[in-house]
Design a protein around this ligand. Structure first.
Ligand SMILES: O=C(O)CCC(=O)C(=O)O
Ligand SMILES: [Mn+2]
Length: 215
C-alpha cells in the first residue's frame, strides 16, 4: 500500500527539464474557474480560428490571443500584431488572472519580474498537433515562455537547439504549467497528436495558454 502523506497537496516542487526549464505540476489548479471563465469571454471577442502557415498549410490547432500583441500567421509569414486580423480590432486585453498566474509561475522558476504582453491561446481537438518549432518571433529572448495546460492530457516534446536533437516526451495534464527561459529559451518543442480522452470539465479539447514578452 502507498501511504498518501499529503492527500490535499496539489502542488509539488518544480520538475527540472533543463537548466532553466521546469514543469510546475498542478500550478494552475487553484485558478481553473477564473481561467475558464476568462477564456469564455475571450473567445466571444476573438474567436478561435485555424490560421494558415506561410507554406500554405492550415494549422490543426485553432488559436486566438489576448494582450497588447497577438501571434498570427498567414501566407506572408509569422508575426505579432496589435490587431486581430479577423475583427480589425485590438486583441482583448490580458485578464488580470492570466497575468498574475504567468508572473507567479515565472517567479517560481527563477524568472523574477516577467511582464508578458502577449498570450497565445491554443485549442487542440483530438488529432491536433504542433510540430517541433522554436518560439523566436519575440523581440526579447531574455524573458521566459510560460505555458499553461487545461483539459485533455497531451504529450509535450521538449527537444534541443537543433530540430534533429532527441526530444523528451513530457506528459502534461490539466493544471500543469511549463516554464522555459535562459539557456533553454530557444529549445525546439511541440505537441504530439492529441488522443481522444475527454476531460470532465473541458470535454474533448485541450486549451493551452502561452505567455510571452513579444514586444
Ligand atoms: O500547447 C503547448 O503545450 C505548446 C504550445 C506552443 O508551443 C506554442 O504555442 O508555441
Ligand atoms: Mn511554442
Amino acid at each position: 500500500m502507498t501511504l498518501d502523506l499529503f492527500p490535499h497537496q496539489t502542488f509539488t516542487v518544480p520538475e527540472a527539464i533543463g537548466p532553466d526549464a521546469f514543469v510546475l505540476r498542478n500550478f494552475a489548479t487553484p485558478h481553473i474557474e477564473e481561467l475558464l471563465s476568462a477564456i469564455n469571454t475571450l473567445e466571444r471577442q476573438a474567436a478561435f480560428r485555424n490560421m494558415v502557415t506561410p507554406g500554405g498549410f492550415i494549422m490543426s490547432v485553432a488559436i486566438t490571443n489576448c494582450g497588447r500583441l497577438g501571434w498570427t500567421t498567414d501566407r506572408q509569414g509569422y508575426r505579432y500584431s496589435p490587431i486581430d486580423p479577423d475583427t480589425g480590432q485590438p486583441w482583448p486585453s490580458m485578464p488580470a488572472a492570466f497575468r498574475q498566474l504567468a508572473k507567479e509561475a515565472a517567479a517560481e522558476s527563477g524568472f523574477a519580474d516577467f511582464e508578458p504582453d502577449a498570450c497565445l491561446v491554443n485549442r487542440y481537438l483530438p488529432g491536433s498537433r504542433l510540430s517541433l518549432h522554436q518560439d523566436k518571433d519575440e523581440r526579447d529572448f531574455n524573458a521566459p515562455i510560460v505555458s499553461v495546460s487545461l483539459g485533455m492530457p497531451a504529450v509535450f516534446l521538449f527537444g534541443g537547439h537543433k530540430r534533429t536533437d532527441k526530444a523528451a516526451r513530457i506528459p502534461l495534464m490539466h493544471g500543469d504549467v511549463v516554464v522555459w527561459g535562459g539557456v533553454d529559451r530557444l529549445r525546439y518543442h511541440g505537441v504530439l497528436p492529441l488522443k481522444e480522452n475527454p476531460h470532465p470539465l473541458l470535454g474533448g479539447q485541450r486549451i493551452n495558454l502561452t505567455f510571452r514578452k513579444a514586444g
